[in-house]
Design a protein around this ligand. Structure first.
Ligand SMILES: [Zn+2]
Length: 247
């Protein structure tokens, strides 16, 4: 009986040990693929001037379907200028465009181009709340998330694409969601950018409380699945809790 018990304990220990080894191997694999990804992104990096040219052309394609408009409720361009003054990539042609889409959304593309939907401007409650949204979109560009998305698209396609092909790739994928870690980074940098521009922390908290009201619509198949705020996880509640930790 004692031998059986000993064998049983040995079996449990060895399987836990094997699990540890498998976990180590998995983590090593993740680390290697991360390093390869970093090296490829560096090797295919665009200069700011190239990114500006690319962004301008993708914007031209986007505004063929997303109609630019004006909105009187908030001084959008003034808020944008204040927030972007704190971005690190000052060589980009930063520009904010309001589009007449009624969905609660905003998005960013390579080359410093931010788009804010009329539907979002109708819904936000204060300049500070809008400053956080603008900060979040600027952060996606400042952290190169937008241009990395295009570089990843290139790797799946051609080896040495020309500008026209890059524009097509950029247009095809501009509305695809970012990864969860990228969303978290954009929340944190966006928060810092709006705070440095002099806006109160409350703006970010108000935004995530508002976003919570939109979350039940995620289950609704008729809603646009590529929304930068609504389709991304973690939840607005979790993101709000993270913002509460910041100053
Ligand atoms: Zn985002």
């Amino acid at each position: 009986m004692k031998i059986k018990l000993l064998l049983f304990i040995l079996l449990i220990c060895s399987s836990l040990w094997a699990q540890d080894i498998l976990l180590d191997l998995y983590n090593a694999g993740v680390e290697i693929s991360r390093e390869i990804d970093k090296a490829v992104l560096e090797a295919t990096a665009l200069t700011d001037a190239e990114e500006n040219q690319l962004g301008a052309q993708i914007r031209t394609e986007i505004i063929k379907t997303e109609r630019p408009c004006t909105h009187r409720r908030f001084p959008v361009n003034e808020i944008f200028r204040k927030v972007v003054a704190n971005a690190s990539r000052q060589g980009l042609d930063w520009e904010c465009t309001i589009v007449s889409n009624s969905e609660f959304n905003a998005f960013a593309i390579a080359g410093g181009k931010v788009f804010i939907n009329k539907g979002l401007l109708d819904a936000v409650g204060s300049e500070a709340e809008l400053a956080f949204v603008i900060g979040h979109e600027i952060a996606h560009i400042d952290l190169k998330h937008c241009v990395y998305k295009i570089q990843h698209g290139v790797r799946a396609g051609q080896i040495d694409p020309n500008l026209g092909e890059l524009v097509q790739i950029g247009y095809d994928i501009y509305s695809r969601p970012f990864s969860q870690p990228q969303e978290q980074e954009a929340d944190e940098l966006g928060f810092r950018l709006m705070r440095r521009a002099g806006y109160p922390k409350q703006g970010a908290l108000d935004f995530f409380r508002r976003l919570e009201q939109f979350e039940p619509k995620i289950e609704d198949p008729t809603i646009n699945a590529v929304n930068d705020f609504i389709s991304t996880h973690p939840t607005a509640r979790r993101r709000l809790e993270r913002m509460q930790q910041l100053d």
